[in-house]
Design a protein around this ligand. Structure first.
Ligand code: SAM
Length: 284
């Protein structure tokens, strides 16, 4: 019975009960509620053994086995080595949508820098259907996956560009720029989970010794790509490393941006919310 399989999976791989249920649903291609009183077929048992081996021996992330993750209202396909979207990211993207809900008409053009699976750009394309979203990445595989996700979620107000940061955008300006860039300091690498190190693209994770190489360039170049709009409370949101809460506002200031840092659902400093220096800081 399914309860026994759940116990087996939880014990073998230290997955949570919910994760075990997702794995069983994936194997059987059925909702758990309809599976409750069933047993796995011999083929399904074999598949379960294969997956448990992949998790235990190869540290394969469950999301790469199941092949998709939910993110806000979207179903996002994932495959190695493109970064698996994280709950911390989902939280701040949701915050953007809430905070800008009263400003929808002001948001005509959005840029997602380092789109990966497309998750941020697609969520914003869905939440702001009147806007045109441009999503860029340097990685062809990421762009292919992001396009696939846009098609599967039937979102048409988004275009994808292969570009090293802003290189291919020339003088385009945006009402809102968002990014979850690679930001992990290289010396943190030994303490990262093997499932991350062995499976996810290092270029999506690390950016120089301090983790600041790409973010520094992003802050330097953003000013010229933001279409100043005094009605908007923020125009650039960047996910950051928890240790960068002091350096980022200093770097932003150097590049004519004011920014405030916010914590994530785990209590870690996680996002920089920036505006051009002409604007007064916004009080929520
Ligand atoms: C941390 S991942 C974020 C992926 C996705 N936005 C998310 O939140 O799940 C960073 C992404 O930035 C891309 N990237 C790294 N360097 C870049 C560059 N110089 N220009 C554009 N994209 C870059 C990587 O390929 C990767 O997809």
């Amino acid at each position: 019975m399914m309860q026994d399989y759940i116990k087996k999976i939880v014990t073998a791989c230290s997955l949570s009960k919910q994760e075990a249920i997702w794995l069983l649903e994936h194997i059987c291609q059925e909702k758990y509620t309809t599976l409750l009183i069933k047993n796995l077929t011999p083929e399904q048992e074999l598949l379960l053994t294969t997956y448990l081996d992949q998790i235990k021996k190869e540290n394969k992330p469950l999301a790469y086995i199941i092949g998709w993750v939910p993110f806000l209202n979207l179903k996002i396909n994932v495959r190695p080595p493109i970064l698996i979207p994280r709950p911390e990211t989902e939280e701040w993207v949701n915050q953007i949508i809430k905070r800008l809900s009263a400003h929808k008409d002001e948001i005509k053009k959005i840029l997602d820098v380092g789109t990966g699976s497309g998750v941020i750009g697609l969520s914003l394309a869905q939440a702001f259907p009147q806007a045109n979203v441009v999503a860029l990445d340097i990685n062809d595989q990421a762009l292919q996956l992001a396009k696939e996700n846009s098609k599967n979620n039937t979102l048409n107000n988004i275009t994808f560009i292969k570009s090293n940061l802003f290189e291919k955008l020339e003088n385009q300006k945006f009402d809102l720029i968002v990014s979850n860039p690679p930001y992990i300091p290289e010396n943190v690498s030994p303490s990262l989970d093997t499932s991350v190190l062995n499976w996810e693209d290092p270029d999506a994770l690390f950016s120089g010794k301090e983790g600041l190489d790409l973010i520094t360039k992003l802050l330097e170049k953003s000013y010229n790509h933001i279409r100043l709009n005094q009605k908007l409370p923020f125009q650039l949101v960047i996910e950051i490393d928890k240790t960068h809460h002091e350096i980022i506002p200093a770097l932003a200031s150097k590049h004519r941006l004011n920014c405030s840092i916010e914590k994530d659902l785990f209590g870690n400093y996680r996002t920089a919310w920036c505006i051009k220096k002409q604007q007064k800081p916004f009080n929520y």
